[in-house]
Design a protein. Sequence first.
Length: 210
Amino acid sequence: MNLILLGAQGSGKGTLAKNIAKDFGIVQISTGDLFRESIAKKEALGLKAQEYMNKGELVPIDLTLKILKERIKKPDCKKGFILDGFPRSLEQAEALKKVATIDYVINVHLPYEECVARLTTRRTCPKCGDIDNMDYPGYTGNCRKCSTPLFQRDDDKPEAIKTRLEVYEKTTTPLIDFYSDRLFKVSSLGSPADTYKPVKDFLLKHGGKK
Ligand SMILES: [Zn+2]
């Protein structure tokens, strides 16, 4: 079962992806991880991607797809995968058709103000990268994993959040139409468990095997 996960930053998309991956035995693939893995293994395609990243340029779509194609051939993707953060445009969605069949697209929806609210209270550990939220129970201001004081990333500040969410909205709306025949929409206004429940039911009903 091959899935795409759509959802703005702050929508809880990452947590949902983890739940699906764990329950259904499929692999979560974010483009960032895809490049990092390939680079770490010193694969030729990964090193090529690194050249673009070092120059601060976007990795071209053809190269991204080649890396993805290699990744999904690996044995851990036998039961399927969830793409997170890709495709981001119609052009990419068209190109993806040549590499993989997508069964379902899960669109995680959270009202704009709520995304902003969740992102502005998000705090990051400078040492281990763990993410926490001031609104979560037990928040102390220190990292739960390594006790380092947390900080607010520049791109989690209000102005940057606004820009990120606007860009997201603009690029994703056409994708929702593109995948309308295989789209499942879920609201993430409730808890992570509330968000996951209907998605799980949908996937089980549509042939996902746990
Ligand atoms: Zn930490």
